[in-house]
Design a protein. Structure first.
Length: 167
């Protein structure tokens, strides 16, 4: 099953909805493979790597939050036209990065035709280091998963770092 089908099936069956990123203002910075790198003025400015999917229209964002003294990161999952998670709802999740498991909590959001969830990451290097791995598996609820193929993401995450350093 290709990663678009895995993501689409998971989001639709699992009811996971998108983050408020559709209301954010992104400025295109670069495109590397399947990843778009953009500047998110609402995050400090911070930069974000976005991988888009079709059927349903959805995306995964991995970005830098530069609003604080120490840069942090975030992961967001967005899908168009899906409802189910309330804004502010807390959803426990685990993040398996090639066998290393991390725990976190998604926060549900609803904005302009998109629903979803976002989770903060307290260390920006976690986001950059994802490029050194093959797969990020996000698990939430009972048996619900989103699998993000990171194979070949090195150039995209190098561009993400360059984007952030330029801010």
């Amino acid at each position: 099953m290709n990663r678009t089908a895995i993501l689409a099936a998971t989001l639709v069956a699992g009811g996971l909805i998108a983050s408020g990123a559709s209301a954010q203002t992104f400025e295109k910075y670069a495109k590397e493979g399947d990843w778009e790198i953009a500047i998110n003025r609402n995050m400090g400015p911070g930069c974000v790597a976005i991988q888009r999917f079709v059927d349903p229209t959805s995306q995964v964002q991995m970005g830098i939050d530069a609003r604080g003294a120490e840069k942090a990161g975030y992961i967001a999952i967005l899908v168009e036209g899906v409802e189910g998670i309330e804004a502010g709802e807390k959803i426990p999740a685990s993040f398996d990065v090639d066998g290393r498991v991390f725990e976190g909590t998604f926060t549900g959001q609803q904005t302009a035709g998109f629903g979803g969830a976002t989770v903060p990451v307290d260390n920006a290097d976690f986001i950059y280091d994802l490029a050194n791995n093959k797969t990020l598996t996000i698990s939430y609820g009972e048996g619900k998963k989103v699998i993000v193929d990171l194979t070949g993401a090195g150039a995209a995450f190098a561009a993400l770092r360059a984007c952030q350093e330029a801010q």
